[in-house]
Design a protein around this ligand. Structure first.
Ligand SMILES: Nc1ncnc2c1ncn2[C@@H]1O[C@H](COP(=O)(O)OP(=O)(O)OP(=O)(O)O)[C@@H](O)[C@H]1O
Length: 259
C-alpha cells in the first residue's frame, strides 16, 4: 500500500517529544503529533494511556517534564494568552460555576472573550445544541448530559480555530450523542476548525475523526484514518483494535510461526 501524501494544511497544534513523568512513571513518553487546520484528530487509548495528561499539558494545566508544544506555530508557554484567544476546550468532567444560571455563566464567558453581541451569539449556539429551554436553570442542577451541552456552547462562543474536546459525548444518551456529533462536525466544517477529540466510544470516533492516534503507556502505537487502521490490522472493527491495543499494546497479530 502506498503511503498517504503529506498533509499540506497549516499545522495549528504540535507536540514534539512531549514527556510527562509522575514519580518516575512516564504518563507521556516522547509523544509527537501534528493537528492541521480543518482536521479532527482522535486521541485514543485505554484508561491510563495518557490522554488526559496530554490534554492537560496542551491546556497548560500540567507542565511537561520534556519536549515542546506549539500552537499556530508559536511556542505554547511563551504565547499562552494569544493562543487561548484562538482556542477553546470542553470536557465532560469539568463544571461551570454551579450557583449561576446557565445564561449568567455563558454571559460571563462571552464577556471574558470580548464578544460584541454576546446575547445573540449565546442564543444562536443554545438553539444549535437544542438547549434554549435551559437558559434560566441553575447550572449546578443540570443533568450530566445537559451540562455537557452547556459546556459545548461555552466552547464555541469565541469561534475557536482550535478546539479540544475531552469525551464530549460521555454522558449523553444515544439520541443526543448523535445530535452532538453532527453539530460538532457541522461547526467544524463550516469554520474550518482543528479539533483534538478524545472518546471511548468508537462510533463517535468513526463518525467524527478524520485521523486517530492510539496511545499506550504514553507512547503512540498506531495512527491513521479509522478505516486504514482497521484495514491494516487483523481486527474487524475499530473497537476490536482498541481492545487489542489495550490488552497487548499492539495492533498487528504476530504472524503464525512456521513449523
Ligand atoms: N497527578 C498525577 N500523579 C501521579 N500519576 C498520575 C497523575 N496524573 C496521571 N497520572 C498517571 O499517568 C498515567 C496516565 O494517566 P491519564 O489520566 O493521562 O490517562 P488517560 O488516558 O486520560 O486515562 P482515562 O481514560 O482513564 O481518563 C496513569 O498511569 C495515571 O495514573
Amino acid at each position: 500500500m502506498s503511503a498517504a501524501p503529506p498533509d499540506t494544511r497549516e499545522v495549528i497544534l504540535e507536540a514534539r517529544e512531549l514527556t510527562r513523568e509522575f514519580d518516575g512513571v512516564k504518563a507521556l513518553d516522547r509523544f509527537s503529533f501534528k493537528l492541521h487546520r480543518g482536521e479532527v484528530l482522535g486521541l485514543l487509548g485505554a484508561n491510563g494511556a495518557g490522554k488526559t495528561t496530554a490534554m492537560n499539558c496542551l491546556l497548560g494545566l500540567t507542565l511537561p517534564t520534556g519536549g515542546d508544544l506549539f500552537a499556530f506555530g508559536l511556542p505554547l508557554h511563551q504565547h499562552r494568552i494569544k493562543i487561548l484567544q484562538r482556542s477553546n476546550f470542553s470536557s465532560a468532567y469539568t463544571a461551570l460555576p454551579g450557583n449561576l444560571l446557565v445564561r449568567q455563566n455563558l454571559i460571563v464567558f462571552a464577556r471574558i472573550y470580548g464578544l460584541k453581541e454576546p446575547k445573540k451569539k449565546i442564543a444562536e449556539l443554545m438553539e444549535l445544541l437544542e438547549i434554549t429551554h435551559l437558559a434560566d436553570r441553575v447550572t449546578g442542577q443540570l443533568s450530566a448530559g445537559e451540562s455537557t451541552r452547556v459546556n459545548l456552547v461555552k466552547a464555541f462562543l469565541n469561534d475557536p480555530e482550535l478546539l479540544m474536546l475531552d469525551e464530549p459525548t460521555a454522558s449523553l444518551d444515544p439520541d443526543i450523542a448523535d445530535k452532538v456529533r453532527k453539530v460538532v462536525r457541522k461547526v467544524q466544517k463550516e469554520r474550518n476548525i482543528g479539533i483534538l477529540y478524545t472518546s471511548h466510544n468508537m462510533r463517535d470516533i468513526e463518525e467524527v475523526c478524520d485521523r486517530v492516534i492510539f496511545l499506550h503507556k504514553g507512547k503512540i502505537v498506531c495512527e491513521g484514518t479509522p478505516t486504514d487502521i482497521v484495514a491494516q490490522s487483523s481486527s474487524a472493527t475499530l473497537e476490536d483494535v482498541f481492545i487489542k491495543i489495550a490488552r497487548d499494546g499492539e495492533v498487528i497479530d504476530e504472524p503464525a510461526k512456521q513449523p
